[in-house]
Design a protein around this ligand. Structure first.
Ligand code: FAD
Length: 462
């Protein structure tokens, strides 16, 4: 890597937001250098640690990101936690533009009694556990129970339900972590309820994920036709995605989603899943000895309004559902990583206009930390490009005056060195990547992820 006078741009976070923002800047500014800082030794954020192991096609975007990293004006600096190993103030001294793309790695909570009992986990931690996120490797979720409850009705809720119910013969051929596969092999979970506070017209999951649930081998959907009464008339007036989703829900509730040949298969299924609507968790109840959970108390709601903005109003009625495992799937949450960056804790985002951080010239944001933790990779691409455009515009119209001199990582690396931090380059990551694929090949998987930071560094820096 040789220093050039060209403007230096810093990106914090190597998920889709970071890589798409980098891609746009490199393409549309002919001399800008882009350095991507990442707290883990490995890149790609939730594409590696969020996207379900049985959705390998979604991970193809990694090829695009790898092309971006191969640009000789782009560098990856993994194993550097911004806000801890280096401050944003230091980065702003070293770079003409600094972009916050660090995602959302905390989770929302209900704040109900029993939420911290053994047997209750955030879906985020559960996903991290089966996808090899180092911090979640020791989660050891309690799977020695026949009933699990997933709180939330979005795609992440369906992801975790599907992983709990998919036959191991299928999961074993994915890049699911070895420890998760071993634990799921002895799982007793037979029934998964996916619980939402509103009704069938307000679910947040999409049709592809719902269809997968209806087609799970050895698994039967159990939907209560009463939940869909009256919806058939309404369907015609719905917008297309919601219309198709609702039609599939109704069809599944009536036939179990089965074609004629499938009926027998469904009858013989040993596992099942169901959707529970108009229910809010009030309390999670322990067993008598307090060592784990035994049930969840749900409040029954009614809806005020009927469209996507309908509100759940408690009726005062409650019910108790026995279960030994609860996964809370009500969303991810961004947190501030550095005091010098404005943060709207109400909305959980960095306040900005078109990616320009409010009141901070030269500071930008993109992705989930910019617009909140919703939306797929494609949505994140769009806003990454938008932020990239804001940076390129500001660099070319003179809004940002080039700092000049020795800047960028040449300025930051000595600081890191003094602090005992060794950054992992993209070439170093390639070593981890190759090692993981080699380990995977031995056991018939696309890769066997390394789940310890220490081991990642050993492989990368050896
Ligand atoms: P992230 O992907 O979270 O990337 C942020 C990066 O910043 C991470 O690498 C993180 O380690 C790093 N970072 C955090 N803090 C620091 C710090 N202090 N210093 C340096 N680096 C830091 N979308 C789809 O299109 N298809 C799917 O199938 C799909 N499945 C999903 C499944 C789950 C469970 C989840 C949660 C999301 C899924 N998504 C899916 C959505 C998709 O993952 C997001 O839209 C996208 O990852 C958001 O990108 P991001 O870059 O903003 O955040």
């Amino acid at each position: 890597h040789t220093a050039t006078p060209g403007p230096h741009v810093c990106i914090v976070g190597s998920g889709p937001a970071g890589f798409y923002t980098a891609q746009h800047i490199l393409k549309n500014h002919k001399t800008a250098r882009v350095d991507i800082y990442e707290k883990l030794p490995v890149p790609f954020g939730l594409v590696r640690f969020g996207v379900a192991p049985d959705h390998p096609e979604v991970k193809n975007v990694i090829n695009t990101f790898t092309n971006t990293a191969a640009n000789d004006r782009c560098s990856f600096l993994g194993n550097v936690t911004v806000g801890k190993d280096v401050t944003v103030a230091e980065l702003r001294q070293a770079y003409d533009a600094v972009i916050m793309s660090y995602g959302a790695d905390a989770d929302k909570e209900f704040g109900i009694p029993g939420e911290n009992l053994p047997g209750v986990y955030s879906a985020r931690a559960f996903v991290g556990w089966y996808n090899g996120l180092p911090q979640d490797k020791h989660l050891a979720p309690m799977l020695d129970t026949d009933t699990a409850v997933v709180l939330g009705q979005g795609n992440v809720a369906l992801d975790v339900a599907r992983i709990l119910l998919t036959p191991l013969s299928i999961l074993k051929k994915t890049d699911i972590t070895d420890h998760a596969a071993a634990a799921l092999e002895t799982s007793q979970v037979k029934t998964v309820y996916i619980v939402g506070r509103r009704g069938p017209l307000q679910t947040a999951f999409t049709i592809k994920e719902l269809r997968e649930m209806t087609k799970l081998p050895d698994c039967r959907p159990v939907l209560d036709p009463a939940d869909f009464t009256g919806l058939e008339d309404k369907v015609k007036s719905l917008q297309r995605p919601r219309k198709r989703l609702t039609e599939l829900l109704i069809k599944t509730s009536q036939t179990g989603g089965a074609t004629a040949q499938e009926t027998q298969r469904l009858d013989q299924a040993t596992r099942e899943w169901g959707l529970k609507f108009l229910r809010s968790p009030l309390e999670i109840l322990p067993t008598q000895d307090g060592t784990r959970i035994s049930a969840i108390r749900l409040g029954v709601n009614r809806l005020e309004g009927s469209d996507s903005s309908a509100r759940a109003i408690p009726t005062g009625e409650t019910e108790v559902l026995s279960c030994g495992l609860v996964l809370r799937s009500i969303g991810y949450k961004s947190v501030p990583i550095d005091d010098s960056v404005p943060f709207d804790s109400q909305k959980g985002v960095i306040p900005n206009t078109a990616g320009r951080v409010t009141g901070c010239k030269g500071l930008y944001c993109s992705g989930w930390v910019r617009r909140g933790p919703t939306g797929v990779i494609l949505t994140t691409m769009t806003d990454g490009f938008e932020t990239g455009k804001a940076v390129v515009d500001d660099l070319t119209t003179g809004v940002l005056q080039p700092l000049g001199g020795v800047r960028g990582q040449e300025w930051i690396q000595p600081l890191l060195h003094k602090r005992g931090i060794q950054a992992v380059t993209f070439e170093d990551w390639n070593k981890i990547d190759n090692e993981e694929m080699m380990r995977g090949e031995k056991v018939g998987k696309p890769r066997e992820k390394i789940v310890e930071v220490k081991e990642m560094l050993q492989v990368a820096l050896s």
